[in-house]
Design a protein around this ligand. Structure first.
Ligand code: PLP
Ligand code: SF4
Length: 388
């Protein structure tokens, strides 16, 4: 192990007020793994749970999981970092971490209306690797690799498919497109997970974007804070700091993911002056309950992460077992707005099938509106009149 890999040494416990952020327990196979290995993101990558015998070593596998594993492996295989696998409940197949990372039979069902590219990301593609849908910002795909293959992933068809990996050539073409398109002022560096790129390549990509006069800000869209926080090494933090102003957008879905390791990773990024936003995906059996989302958002704020979006599960194939009705998201917002800090209230959005983009939805706060007379209601359902 080279010295360079060891820029991550989490404290065992972080406290904010009465809230404790504890280190992830070690899953069964890794009880005796030395800390130097465990804290190396390269070791975590190399020792991912990919096969059935790996999974059997960490949890009591059910027959359903076994069948789903066999049948889904060609479509979208399994990969879980030892760190994230250690957050699984070995005895409970419905554990929210396990639901997000171990295949289930529901993946094999393609429900009516589900599509391969529900967001039309390939139709708004001026060059391979760029989705340009909104006037002033683009998505830029820089890799198709991720440390954990989330079972609810929208980009299943691309993630984990080595033949579709963004090559150096594609990155060059993406940068060239951004350079010759002056309307772009915000670039979402995406994937897969851009942190699967080497530090050198990330430095190159961000440096190239920073050199384009009309690019004001960019974001790194990464789930490494959740699935592989060890990736946030001192070297990595030095690189992102150099290219600021930038933002990190991440994807926490459940309070169990708020560990001391995740806290440490967020702290390092925040101390570099880089704000972090969270994009939660609403998933049946994982985070439908308003109280749970409130708890998650409170923990995120303590980790210096601002809740930004709650996404309605989109119309990707094989995720109907995760999809909740729209009313679930509205109910969550209803229970947050007014009842807790506005900072803990993200936007609930539906990414419209067919490439319509993100559409925000709110509970109805206007009771009636006639002429200049507005009848509004507050979070306690009391009515108030506002005259224009
Ligand atoms: C989500 C998304 C963005 C960024 O949207 P914001 O609302 O600015 O966070 C940009 N381009 C595409 C294609 C997207 O799907
Ligand atoms: S990290 Fe994001 S892109 Fe990667 S598998 Fe998970 S949801 Fe998909």
């Amino acid at each position: 192990m080279t010295k360079k890999d060891l820029g991550f040494n989490p404290k065992p416990l972080y406290n904010v007020g009465q809230q404790e952020f504890k280190m992830a327990p070690r899953g069964r196979p890794w009880v005796d793994t030395p800390d130097e290995l465990w804290n190396s993101w390269i070791w975590q990558q190399q020792n991912r749970v990919r096969r059935m015998d790996h999974l059997e070593a960490c949890v009591d596998v059910t027959q359903e999981e076994r069948d789903a594993f066999d049948k889904s492996s060609e479509l979208f295989n399994m990969a879980v970092t030892p760190y994230y696998a250690s957050l699984m409940d070995p005895l409970n197949p419905d554990c929210p971490i396990r639901l997000q990372s171990v295949p289930k039979m529901g993946e094999l069902t393609i429900a009516p209306g589900e599509m391969e590219d529900p967001l039309g990301e390939e139709t708004d593609m001026p060059v391979p690797g760029i989705t340009h849908r909104y006037p002033d910002r683009v998505l830029f795909y820089t890799t198709h690799h991720c440390p954990v293959f989330c079972r609810h992933c929208t980009r299943k068809r691309k993630v984990a498919d080595p033949s579709s990996a963004a090559q150096k050539q594609q990155i060059e073409e993406g940068i060239a497109y951004i350079k010759r398109t002056p309307s772009i002022r915000d670039v979402v560096i995406s994937g897969g997970d851009p942190l699967s790129n080497s530090d050198e390549r990330l430095d190159y990509i961000m440096g190239s974007l920073r050199a384009i006069p009309h690019v004001e800000v960019f974001r790194l869209g990464t789930r490494n804070l959740v699935t592989l926080p060890h990736r946030i090494t001192d070297d990595f933090v030095r690189i992102i700091k150099k290219h600021a102003p930038m933002y990190v957008h991440t994807h926490f879905n459940h309070p169990l993911e708020c560990t001391a390791e995740a806290f440490e990773a967020c702290l390092k990024i925040a101390e570099a002056g880089i704000p972090i936003n969270n994009q939660m995906v609403l998933l049946k059996g994982v985070n439908e309950e308003p109280e749970l989302v409130k708890k998650l958002n409170h923990m995120l704020l303590m980790m210096r992460v601002r809740p930004y979006y709650i996404f309605q599960c989109d119309m990707s194939q094989g995720i109907s077992h995760f999809r909740t009705p729209i009313s679930t998201g509205l109910n969550i917002i209803e229970h947050l707005r007014g009842h807790t800090s506005g900072m803990a209230v993200p936007h609930f959005v539906v990414d419209a099938p067919g490439g319509g983009g993100k559409i925000p939805l709110l509970p109805e706060y206007v009771k009636s509106h006639v002429g200049n007379r507005w009848v509004l209601r507050n979070y306690k359902n009391k009515e108030y009149i506002y005259e224009d």
